[in-house]
Design a protein around this ligand. Structure first.
Ligand code: ZN
Length: 132
């Protein structure tokens, strides 16, 4: 009896979903995300100022209204981006960074390079109605 025969219950180690994609430089990605985060927080701070803009000097009422509208829109956009960055950072902490938040497939490295906060693979991004 060959006792060295492979035990069928001990198959090859399954690739863990939590495994980080090998050639990804997580610390530099994290740095990049934190830098983006700081930028956005600065923008948000500036936006706060714009919203409280008083109708002063040459600025007409309409202009002030427009500036405030724009500030609100920017604030919404930045808040959304901030959420994405935070969840990307959380995924780095959990070791699931680089995998699609919907289907668990690997996100193409080029996509992550273009925007490290991106949460979805190209396929899922295309099926989403809102631009990610
Ligand atoms: Zn996907």
């Amino acid at each position: 009896m060959d006792t060295r025969r492979a035990d069928p219950t001990q198959g090859p180690a399954l690739l863990l979903k939590t495994q980080v994609i090998p050639d990804m430089n997580l610390s530099s990605i994290k740095e990049q995300l934190l830098r983006q985060r700081a930028d956005i927080e600065r923008h948000l701070h500036e936006t706060e100022g714009a919203k409280e803009l008083e109708v002063v000097g040459r600025l007409s009422r309409a202009n002030a209204f427009q500036a405030r509208e724009l500030a609100f829109q920017n604030e919404k956009r930045w808040s959304r981006e901030l959420t994405r960055i935070d969840s990307a950072l959380a995924r780095i902490e959990r070791g699931t960074y680089g995998y699609c938040a919907l289907c668990d497939e690997e996100i193409a490295p080029g996509r992550l390079e273009a925007n490290p906060a991106i949460p979805l693979c190209i396929k899922c991004a295309q099926t989403q109605s809102t631009p990610m």
